[in-house]
Design a protein around this ligand. Structure first.
Ligand code: ADP
Ligand code: ASP
Ligand code: MG
Length: 409
């Protein structure tokens, strides 16, 4: 008998027939002798709909508290409906909001972080054989304000509950069969991976594979909670994400390709190459609460430098405005920007021990005449920034070049 936390994403709970399907899965797990705690997302695209309503009024930091009250309602609807479906099938069930469980978070509305979880309700339900159906993506701060965890945050609720309860596995049910070599909606030949390490999954998630929320993988890795990503629409085994040591298998060089169009690039041209320049450019950006991702600095023969970096696309206009001021202060020649870029990353722990991945990547891009604008590397990943119109071509070409469709790439 295992204790399982099962999380069902938006597509899996999109309608009453979908909830009937989810209930069948929960009942089957119970019949197999397992204890189950359930976490649900909002139905279908409900969070997008709610967000759009807020955007019609206009969202700014002063309204973020209200946005969280609004967005959290989506998950609450699903908890009640699923609990009712379970009860209709004779299964005792109870719905809970994040506040009722007491998922305590900080007060960073729209991107709160979980600080602590009280498990008394959940443990009492487990003892009674009742299925607790918990709203994902939400919590409360110390003053009982409702908070949300950032888009995709229901995964994090599930893994955090699994960690707090000491569950044997956290099962993330979604609309694809598991974690693939790349987004299966972009590359038809993408292959579903049997296993992945936390480290690789953390890179893939943080570099844009939205199949798992990055914070969820951080939690799982920290508390050693095995995650299984699987489909709620069939019985395929899915992808198991654990520690590298547990896998006992030879690691492929490249596990997957992640990409994101959520970034924009800014360049300050003709800056004097003197100490303190990076800080004078990036200080005001950070003061404006804008996160910087990749940074490149190039010194020309005349000792002037061009300083380029990327930010989230939603921060682009604000970053551009900040830079105009900075450029005037430091006597830079010009500020330019591009918000039609994409970042594409190859990820694999095997890169540590294999040379030549970067050169093969760059040759593949060159053969497709795709210009690389920026490059960054770490031990287990290589990221490049390219024009967003070549993104799909680049992902397909790299997927083929690294033979990722084959069973042991
Ligand atoms: P849910 O609503 O169940 O949380 P999401 O839409 O958040 O589902 O995540 C699942 C989606 O992630 C898939 O439909 C797929 O398009 C996308 N995705 C991106 N990269 C990958 C990948 N490497 N493997 C699997 N799915 C991926
Ligand atoms: N419903 C939220 C979203 O769409 C949280 C989630 O589904 O994980 O982002
Ligand atoms: Mg998701």
């Amino acid at each position: 008998m295992a204790l399982l936390v099962q999380k069902y994403g938006g597509t899996s709970v999109a309608s009453i027939p979908h909830l009937e399907n989810v209930a069948r899965r929960i009942l089957a797990s119970r019949e197999a002798g397992h204890q189950v705690v359930v976490v649900v997302s909002a139905m279908g695209h409900e969070t997008d709909r709610l967000d759009d309503l807020a955007q019609q009024i206009g969202v700014n930091p002063a309204t973020h508290r209200e946005v969280d009250v609004l967005l959290s309602t989506g998950e609450q609807v699903t908890t009640a409906l699923l609990a009712m479906v379970l009860m209709k099938h004779g299964c005792p069930a109870r719905s809970y909001t994040g506040g009722q469980i007491r998922i305590l978070t900080d007060s960073a509305y729209t991107k709160a972080r979980i600080l602590e979880i009280e498990c008394d309700n959940l443990r009492a339900d487990l003892t009674l054989g009742t299925v607790a159906v918990v709203a994902g993506f939400q919590g409360v701060d110390a003053d009982r304000n409702i908070t949300t965890l950032g888009r995709g945050g229901s995964d994090t609720t599930a893994v955090a509950l699994a960690a707090a309860l000491g569950a044997d596995e956290c099962q993330i049910y979604t609309d694809v069969n598991g974690v693939y070599t790349t987004d299966p909606r972009v590359v038809d030949s993408a292959r579903c991976l049997e296993r992945l390490t936390f480290e690789e999954m953390l890179e893939l998630a943080s570099l844009g594979s939205r199949v798992l929320h990055t914070r969820a993988v951080e939690f799982a890795s920290k508390y050693r909670v095995p995650i299984r990503v699987l489909s709620s629409f069939n019985d395929s085994p899915g992808t198991l994400i654990t520690n590298e040591d547990d896998s006992g298998m030879e690691q492929p060089i490249i596990s997957g390709i992640a990409f994101t169009q959520d970034e924009a690039k800014l360049t300050v041209l003709g800056v004097k190459d003197i100490p303190g320049i990076a800080s004078r450019i990036l200080g005001p950006i950070s003061d404006a609460n804008i996160e910087v991702d990749m940074i490149v600095q190039n010194v020309a023969a005349d000792n002037s430098t061009d300083f380029t970096f990327t930010v989230r696309r939603t921060d682009y206009q604000q970053a551009l405005a900040v830079l105009q001021d900075v450029a005037a202060q430091i006597g830079a020649r010009q500020v330019s920007g591009d918000n039609r870029i994409a970042k594409l990353s190859l990820v694999g722990v095997g890169m540590r021990s294999h040379a030549g991945v970067a050169s093969k990547m760059f040759k593949t891009m060159a053969d497709e005449s795709i210009n690389i604008q920026m490059i960054s590397t770490s031990e287990i990943k290589i990221s490049v920034v390219i024009d967003e119109k070549y993104l799909e071509l680049a992902v397909r070409a790299l997927h083929a070049a690294f033979d990722l469709a084959a069973a042991s790439a």
